[in-house]
Ligand binder design. Structure first.
Ligand SMILES: *Cc1c(COP(=O)(O)O)cnc(C)c1O
Length: 498
């Protein structure tokens, strides 16, 4: 009689197997970490896809060594490392070690935060952190909130709560006002809430990409004149591209005047809540009805870790549903599911908890200041270089710019193609990673700096690499552009315009 092998299950009787497995994993990870020489290996999609596709999922490898070796071949050997100082692409942070320690416990114990009877103390740890964040925002004793999977979910929930105030207003009459530079999850939320794509009114921004309150007032007045209901204003505290912070006090005044819900998307700028020197940049955030904070961005936490915080707990009721098998109406337990869009939910709060209990908020906030200072220092060094055109001075920790070749004439399409080619070349080289974006139809490059270990020399080095790559690629592109100009029937080759 063969017996079902049960040692794969987490259990005290299998503690040795658990320790061996986790120990082997730790050793493997450290070995790999010590070999990292850059943010990426420049692996292309087709190569990564082929290697994963070749795996036969019906034939397990069994032993941990083989499994880890295969995992490395498929993924880890070519992973993108956010701790590398020359990684400067998206809003990814290097993560703090106390949070990684927490991850081991979160995953192993596997508490689920939907109900008290699945999490016990975990419920109260999450609640304390929500209270702590609410205090930092400046909310009073009525505040509440819940951890979410990320800023997109937090924004969706904020808008769901705003929608909840207008149950009897038909969807087609509701409007959400957000700046032209707000995050796309606002648009997606409108779709998910059944309001449609036209429900989001794009409010113009000023030269620093902050919502223009005069334009907001005009939009609000125009909505009202048309018989539409401005149900929510989304102010962004740290736009994804520019780190711009909308003028919160002026926007709060207008939200009050028009009885609109004020949601502040501080997914990126939320880290300023713990900054020892820059908390004032968020002045007025305490007047919001709901706030999005992404701990997995500017609190240096592993994904996922985010929260929606509300000024008044009574407003969370649109997220409440009672199920007889989980959280019946008469339940007296503190069940977090009553406030969440998720049911089964990770105990992500433990990561921030161990972080704060190890480091304290001052030190963590010091990391936020470090990356903002770093960005200012890099800009000061490079702002006057003639082959770099910056869209503006940094607001938080991003720089948006493009490379302009000195003696090759390319035109707008050619310049766009050149800057995209620089980014791809950098990725393929494995030496550095930057992002790209468009502003008013023009192609730019972007660096997002969230690594307190990176120095100004590191980042100036990345921009110097961009300039050297641009200078190398520009003549090739220039020749192509000229060729095309001589044959008006021909378009630029696809790979150039892409
Ligand atoms: C990153 C970001 C989001 C989305 O957050 P996720 O955690 O990626 O879902 C929303 N708003 C802003 C301003 C962001 O920068």
């Amino acid at each position: 009689m063969s017996q079902l092998p049960l040692h794969h299950l987490f259990h005290p009787a299998h503690a040795d197997h658990y320790a061996e497995t986790i120990g082997a994993g730790l050793e493997h990870l450290l070995g790999q970490l010590r070999q990292v020489t850059g943010p990426s290996t420049g692996t292309q999609p087709a190569d990564a896809a082929a290697r994963v596709a070749a795996v036969d999922l019906a034939r397990p490898l069994g032993d941990v060594g083989s499994v880890l070796t295969e995992m490395s071949q498929l993924w880890l050997d070519d992973a993108v490392w956010f701790h590398e100082p020359t990684y400067a692409a998206h809003l990814n942070c290097p993560v703090v070690v106390p949070a990684l320690l927490a991850e081991l416990f979160v995953a192993s114990v596997n508490s689920s935060l939907d109900t008290f009877d699945q999490s016990v103390g975990g419920t109260y740890i999450e609640r304390r952190l929500i209270e702590w964040t609410a205090e930092r925002i400046g909310f009073g004793a009525e505040a509440d909130g819940v951890f979410t999977s990320g800023g997109s979910q937090s924004n969706l929930q904020g808008l769901l709560l705003a929608r909840g105030r207008h149950e009897r207003v038909p969807a087609e009459r509701l409007r959400i006002l957000a700046s032209a530079d707000s995050h796309f999850s606002v648009q997606k939320s409108a779709r998910l809430l059944g309001l449609g794509d036209d429900a989001v009114v794009s409010v113009p921004t000023d030269a620093r990409h902050r919502m223009d309150p005069a334009a907001l007032e005009r939009s609000l007045a125009a909505c009202t004149a048309l018989g539409l209901r401005p149900m929510a204003i989304v102010a962004t505290a740290g736009t994804t591209d520019f780190g711009s912070i909308d003028p919160l006090p002026a926007i709060a005044d207008l939200a009050l005047a028009y009885d609109a819900w004020l949601h502040v998307d501080a997914a990126y700028g939320g880290g300023l809540l713990i900054s020892p020197t820059r908390r004032h940049l968020l002045e007025g955030i305490d007047r919001a009805d709901s706030v999005t904070v992404d701990y997995h961005k500017t609190f240096f936490q592993p994904v996922s870790s985010s929260a929606i915080i509300v000024r008044n707990r009574a407003t969370m009721s649109p997220a409440t549903w009672h199920a007889d098998y989980l959280n019946p109406r008469e339940a007296t337990d503190p069940n977090q599911v009553d406030k969440s869009l998720q049911t089964t939910r990770r105990f992500d709060a433990l990561k921030l908890w161990l972080t704060l209990r190890t480091m304290g908020p001052e030190l963590l906030g010091g990391y936020v200041d470090a990356v903002v200072d770093l960005t200012a220092a890099v800009y000061a060094v490079l702002r006057d270089e003639v082959d770099l055109q910056f869209v503006g001075a940094p607001e938080l920790s991003t720089l948006v710019f493009r490379y302009l070749p000195r003696d090759v004439v390319l035109g707008e399409d050619g310049l766009g193609a050149l800057n995209r080619a620089i980014r791809e070349d950098l990725y393929a080289s494995g030496a550095a990673m930057v992002a790209a974006t468009r502003v008013d139809g023009i192609q730019y490059l972007k660096v997002t700096l969230l690594n307190p270990m990176a120095t100004a020399d590191d980042i100036v080095g990345v921009l110097d690499l961009i300039r050297a790559t641009g200078a190398r690629l520009a003549p090739e592109l220039g020749a192509l552009v000229e060729e095309v100009a001589q044959q008006p029937s021909r378009d630029l080759p696809v790979e150039v315009v892409r």
